[in-house]
Design a protein around this ligand. Structure first.
Ligand code: GAR
Length: 188
């Protein structure tokens, strides 16, 4: 069996998808670094609990590419070969996206191409969608626009609020992300 592919995960907040990636069987990939553009995001605790190296630094005052180069240095220093965005809420520079082309995935809380950007659960409700869900896709230069690798659907139920819908989608995010990341790294 081949060695697990070293993966870096980028987060900005709660880190529940990071936790799901950590808790999954890490045969295909091994998370070797969790990096953040926020100094102390709550999700960093999941990395620390699992003994994973962390790099967290506020991005304010730094040009986008200069900050991304810092992250890239850390990823390279840890031998990372694929990057997973897990609630990383900062736009990446074209330089960074290009550097990790084909090796960087994101999870987005909608059935792309529907509802790109923020507030996807509100948008699905406002549009009267009968189905909603999440997408894991390759990251390309345009926001939430790269080729989809996998999707999971949930029904939109009568009386749903953005919160109840978000919670239903999040369960599917946690199911979808680990096997999709594993399948991607097996092709690298
Ligand atoms: C998740 O719902 C993820 O899909 C979303 O942020 C949340 C992060 O939660 N990502 C985006 O909206 C990216 N465009 P988490 O920190 O608990 O994983």
């Amino acid at each position: 069996m081949r060695e697990p592919v070293p993966v870096g995960v980028l987060i900005s907040g709660r880190g529940s998808n990071l936790k799901a990636l950590i808790d999954a069987e890490q045969d295909a990939y091994r998370i070797v670094l969790v990096a953040s553009n926020v100094e102390e995001p709550p999700g960093l605790a999941h990395a620390r609990d699992a003994g994973i190296a962390t790099f967290a630094r506020g991005h304010r005052g730094m040009a986008r590419e200069a900050f991304d180069r810092l992250i890239d240095d850390e990823l390279r220093a840890h031998g990372v070969r694929a990057v997973a965005l897990a609630g990383y809420m900062r736009l990446l520079s074209p330089w960074f996206v290009d550097r990790w082309a084909g090796r960087m995935v994101n999870i987005h809380p909608s059935l792309l191409p529907r509802h790109k950007g923020l507030h996807t659960h509100e948008a699905a409700l406002a549009a009267g969608d009968a189905r909603h869900g999440c997408t894991v896709h390759l990251v390309t230069a345009a926001l939430d626009d790269g080729p989809a690798l996998a999707q999971a659907e949930v029904p939109v139920l009568p009386g749903d609020t953005p919160e109840t819908l978000a919670a239903r989608v999040l369960v599917e995010e946690h199911r979808l992300y680990p096997p999709t990341l594993a399948a991607l790294v097996e092709t690298l």
